[in-house]
Design a protein around this ligand. Structure first.
Ligand SMILES: *Cc1c(COP(=O)(O)O)cnc(C)c1O
Length: 433
């Protein structure tokens, strides 16, 4: 590794020229903390505290049940979905903010399998036997072994419940995907940016591959939404889900989102047919009739206080755009990689995240044989990243509130800890790391 000629002053100069730098004031971050974990729990938008106060004190406390209409509580899943849509390349009326990512994935997978069981997506009916097999005979969900575990668990749970030969097929690398998309494959379910490595898939190419093989493509955008530009329509994806509490800064446990493009809405049929998905929930009919449009993706009453805070996170994005965010994200992650590799050279660190921009999300992961202990020492000194098995230290970069000087300072602390061996290899593990 070569030494670097980058200085802290040069990083400060980049901050002075950074068009996104003023957005840091839209967040409340504690003094003395460099927060590199926005990929796990985004920082708190400044507006969130007053919004929570207003929802609890006025909307709930004073206006009581009238707020379902007067404060727009009932429409919030759709209204927030419309506000989120531009960030993921979706149209208004196609996104709902609701439930958890796990639950939304269950709904999307169930609906995708049902579409296949009914003969496949309408636009491909002319080609009834792609890859030598009818859509209705396909029983396999293909995904990666390295996917976030809940995605695999939900796919396996759904398959087990459906019986009839439904099953999950795990691949060990992206190179195995073409062969796995055989005549049995009904759905290709992928997470766009890997939570552990920060590797980004080519959504358009893999969706094209899935369609050519007669499969539908379901995308998890948990580590992509608000982190990288997305174009779901451009990629011709079939369904997507994702988190709002990571890069979208919606708050701990904030409801997730689900995208159902208009072309699939009429066929979108899932088993969680609760009253919020009904065409007329307050008609209190004994028979279920799905709502037109994205409303049918809803299930039951939503956590209003939490949902309201999602809007504070989305508002910040309206002050900029994903191309500006991406440009700064790549600059921050490039800088971090260069500084770690030059200033911490000689320590057993291994870069896991792709160097190639097109393959990189907005995080950088390094392995270290004592990764957990080193991360614990970093956090004790105010540099907050996190740790994922095996041996991986994860550093998330949120361009809305992370500065170039933050990157310099974080590497400075890392270098000091490594040079002095100032970490406890027997550090006790906590429940959430
Ligand atoms: C964070 C994350 C989740 C979280 O799912 P929840 O149901 O919201 O807890 C799911 N999938 C992926 C890929 C994630 O990164």
């Amino acid at each position: 590794m070569t030494d670097t000629n980058i200085t802290r002053a040069a990083c400060q100069a980049r901050d002075a020229a950074d068009p996104l730098a003023p957005l840091r004031d839209r967040f409340d971050l504690p003094a003395g903390v460099i927060y590199l974990d926005g990929n796990s729990l985004g920082a708190r938008p400044r507006a969130a505290l007053a919004r929570a106060q207003d929802v609890v004190a006025r909307e709930w406390g004073t206006d009581l049940i009238r707020s379902w209409n007067d404060a727009g509580w009932f429409d919030m899943p759709r209204r927030l979905g419309d506000r989120l849509a531009p960030l993921i390349g979706a149209h208004a009326g196609e996104v709902a903010v609701t439930d958890t990512t796990s639950l939304n994935l269950f709904k999307a997978l169930a609906a995708a399998l049902r579409i296949q069981a009914n003969g496949g997506a309408g636009e491909r009916r002319g080609d009834a036997f792609p890859n030598g097999r009818r859509a209705s005979e396909r029983r396999v969900i293909v995904t990666e072994r390295s996917n976030f575990p809940t995605d695999i668990y939900m796919a396996e749970g759904l398959s087990r419940w459906l019986q009839q030969g439904y099953r999950v097929r795990l691949v060990d690398s992206v190179d195995e995907i073409p062969a796995a998309l055989d005549g049995d494959c009904a759905v290709l379910m992928l997470t766009h940016v890997n939570y552990r490595t920060g590797h980004q898939h080519d959504m358009a190419a893999l969706t094209r591959l899935a369609h050519a093989a007669g499969a539908l493509a379901v995308w998890d955008l948990a580590h992509s939404a608000g982190a990288v530009p997305l174009d779901l329509h451009g990629a011709n994806a079939d369904f997507a889900v994702g988190c709002t509490y990571k890069y979208l800064n919606g708050g701990p446990g904030a409801p997730a989102f689900i995208w159902v493009p208009r072309r699939h809405q009429a066929a979108f049929d899932h088993p969680l047919s609760g009253w919020w998905g009904h065409a007329a929930p307050f008609a209190m009919a004994s028979a279920f009739a799905p709502s037109e449009g994205i409303g049918r993706a809803l299930c039951g009453t939503q956590p209003v206080v939490s949902l309201a805070l999602v809007e504070c996170g989305l508002e910040v994005f309206e002050a900029t755009n994903m191309d500006a965010i991406r440009a700064k994200s790549l600059a921050l992650t490039d800088l971090f990689i260069e500084l770690v590799e030059s200033r911490c050279a000689g320590h057993p660190l291994g870069l896991v995240t792709p160097r190639e921009h097109a393959r990189r999300g907005s995080q950088v992961s390094f392995t270290h044989p004592h990764g957990y202990a080193v991360m614990t020492a970093l956090i004790a000194r105010g540099v907050i990243g996190d740790y994922r098995e095996p041996e991986i230290m994860r550093f998330g970069f949120t361009p809305l509130y992370t500065s170039f000087a933050d990157v310099w300072d974080a590497v400075d602390v890392l270098k000091d800890i490594l040079d002095r061996g100032a970490y406890d290899v027997n550090a006790a593990r906590s429940a959430v790391t």
